[in-house]
Design a protein around this ligand. Structure first.
Ligand code: F6P
Length: 319
């Protein structure tokens, strides 16, 4: 193998640039030519492909976003669309690909591998919803962004005897909410795993206020579960707190990556290049019990999410 490519796909995540840097530099050090593919799979199909050198990735380890751009391309499911991508790769002589993204991106990587282009997936998403790895790139940075913002909301909630209802991202995965809930001392955490019962939330808030004499409360809610503005109004109506809702939104996807994300990104990028050099394809990189591993994408996509019950129990003991 002489030439490989790298692309970022799906929602961006802080640390993607650090992965790109590691892939480019590790690849060049191993004697490979490394091509950047712009705008995810869309760039593969429309031939937005350019050779990168070590200088092209200078200074990007500290930057959020992705210098390659990212996109979601539904049509990549169609074989005729993927054939165009394979043709473009063949024209450039690219035999292997590193795909940085979430599970949707992994499916594209698997399909391309089946068409003769060895692909290695790297988990890049703030959601931490890829079950073959303990941590995805961007999760730690997003978590720290949430903590910073919830700490600020706590200040003002406390001054005004308010309950702050804060919605965080995660798609269908509650990890951002549970980790943020524990690290900010939130009173209530709502995720897909806990389920949502509005009456129970109101009861608990009344208990915190009346029995525990709390001056303020924080309720952390995973997105796609309930309307946080509506919940805040109900809190104002049915508890002694005045409710206010904040949706943190895309702010969680930006910013300079944390040390943890930079290190993980560097290890993952290097591991993916080694895997391609070993002739591996259709596999993805991860960290499991502090060890950097690769596993088959097919197997990775079949794993089920580990329960966060121990974390919820820990939270309940401390609240
Ligand atoms: O997968 C990352 C993520 O930020 C999710 O947490 C969120 O549900 C989704 O992407 C938002 O997507 P978009 O940027 O397309 O609005």
């Amino acid at each position: 193998m002489k030439k490989i490519g790298v692309l970022t796909s799906g929602g961006d995540a802080p640390g993607m640039n650090a992965v790109i840097r590691a892939v480019v530099r590790s690849g060049i050090s191993a004697g490979l030519e490394v091509f950047g593919i712009f705008d995810g799979y869309e760039g593969l199909v429309n031939d937005k492909i350019r050779l990168l050198n070590k200088g092209d990735v200078s200074d990007i380890i500290i930057k959020g976003g992705t210098i390659l751009g990212s996109a979601r391309l539904e049509e990549f499911k169609l074989v005729e669309v993927r054939e165009k991508a394979v043709e473009n790769l063949a024209r450039h002589g690219i035999e292997g690909l590193v795909v940085i993204g979430g599970d949707g991106s992994y499916r594209g990587a698997l399909a391309l591998t089946e068409m003769g282009i060895n692909c290695i997936g790297i988990p890049g998403t703030i959601d931490n919803d890829i079950d073959s790895t303990d941590y995805t790139i961007g999760f730690d940075t997003a978590l720290n962004t949430i903590i910073e913002n919830v700490d600020k909301l706590r200040d003002t909630s406390s001054s005004h005897h308010r309950c702050s209802v804060i919605e965080v991202m995660g798609n269908r995965c509650g990890d951002l909410a549970i980790y943020a809930g524990i690290t900010t001392g939130a009173e209530i955490i709502i995720t897909k795993e806990t389920g949502y019962d509005e009456e129970e939330v109101l009861d608990r808030l009344r208990y915190f206020e009346e029995k525990k004499q709390k001056r303020h409360s924080i309720v952390l809610v995973s997105e796609k579960i309930t309307d946080v503005h509506l919940l805040a109004r109900k809190i104002s109506l049915h508890t002694g707190f005045s409710g206010r809702a904040t949706i943190l939104g895309h702010i969680q996807r930006g910013g300079s990556p944390t040390a943890r994300d930079r290190i993980l990104a560097t290890q993952f990028g290097d591991k993916a290049v080694r895997a391609l050099l070993n002739g591996e394809g259709g596999r993805c990189v991860g960290i499991v019990n502090e060890e950097i591993i690769t596993i088959d994408i097919t197997e990775a996509l079949q794993l089920t999410k580990k329960s966060r019950k121990p974390l919820f129990e820990l939270h309940d003991r401390l609240v």
